[in-house]
Design a protein around this ligand. Structure first.
Ligand code: A3P
Length: 286
């Protein structure tokens, strides 16, 4: 199930035709939503789409965000078109989704000077969310027990590589590229405040009523029943929601239900070492 691209462990379905990522034509009007997996990608994408459509579901993006990834092959050939094909046909401004680490983005991406919204989430909740995702997602390798998975997560031996490297290198990149760097925990704490930031970054002006509507439409409760965003339209051969739903809990601090005291101590000590050189700080509960 694994392929390695320039040293990064990747999922096979996303790497069979790597040249198509390298050749992907970025446009300056693009806005990219970039995240380490399980950090709130689907949530913020839905917020972005609704802002673009003035808070109206009627005008909602016809191509769901899962199919706006410039990946090479379709994850399910014959069932889903490839993300690259979808994006090539889309009018600007396109909202493009990617989990790629900085080193894997094509040269023309940096030259196009497009905008980036980066969403980060604390490592402990990402590990728990990713573990459950790998259990239900059939094109990711089996995670094993949570104890086994946690070791892999800490060593970066999971799809898209190390969380530590991902969040810190994108944080540094903010210095020389237009990036709005958001935190999952902040959006959870005060969605309207964060939605307003996204609106301003996208250069949109919406009234209070539209903002309130977006807060409501992008709540966990609403999104979990929205088949356009909850991944339930995908075949069960790809994602088995009976094992663990894609829209699982949507909270900050669920790691406390998974980590033992010993695992937590080991994780914290390792975290200190890996994150010592950065000013980036996370909250593990709100
Ligand atoms: P959990 O597994 O902790 O519930 P991504 O979209 O990057 O794959 O991230 C998925 C995570 O975001 C899941 O976390 C999912 O439940 C959560 N999520 C999705 N929509 C959300 C929302 N509207 N509010 C809060 N969390 C949300």
């Amino acid at each position: 199930d694994w392929a390695t691209v320039h040293g990064y462990p990747m999922v096979y379905a996303f790497t069979t035709n790597w040249e198509r990522v390298e050749q992907f034509q970025c446009r300056p009007e693009d806005v990219w939503i970039i995240t380490y997996p399980k950090s709130g990608t689907t949530w913020v994408s839905e917020i972005m789409d609704l802002i673009k459509n003035d808070g109206s579901v009627e005008k909602q993006e016809q191509i769901p965000i899962v199919q706006r990834v410039p990946m090479m092959e379709s994850a399910a050939p014959g069932t889903l078109p490839s993300g690259t094909e979808n994006l090539e046909k889309m009018p600007s401004p396109r909202f493009v989704k990617s989990h790629l680490p900085i080193a894997l983005l094509p040269k023309n991406f940096w030259e196009s000077d497009c905008k980036i919204i980066y969403v980060a989430r604390n490592a402990k909740d990402v590990a728990v969310s990713y573990y459950n995702f790998d259990r239900m997602n059939k094109f990711h390798p089996e995670p094993g027990t949570f104890a086994e998975y946690l070791e892999k997560f800490m060593s970066g031996n999971v799809a898209y590589g190390s969380w530590y490297e991902h969040v810190t290198s994108w944080w540094e990149k903010k210095k020389d590229h237009p990036i709005l760097y958001l935190f999952y925990e902040d959006i959870k704490e005060d969605p309207k405040r964060e939605i307003r930031k996204i609106m301003e970054f996208l250069g949109k002006k919406l009234d209070e009523e539209a903002l309130d509507r977006i807060v409501q439409l992008t709540s966990f409760e609403t999104m979990k029943d929205n088949s356009l965003v909850n991944y339930r339209l995908l075949p069960t051969t790809l994602m088995d929601h009976s094992i663990s739903p894609f829209m699982r809990k949507g909270i900050a601090g669920d790691w406390k239900n998974y980590f033992t005291v010993a695992q937590n101590e080991k994780f914290d000590a390792d975290y200190e070492k890996k994150m010592s050189g950065t000013t980036l700080k996370f909250r593990t509960e709100i």
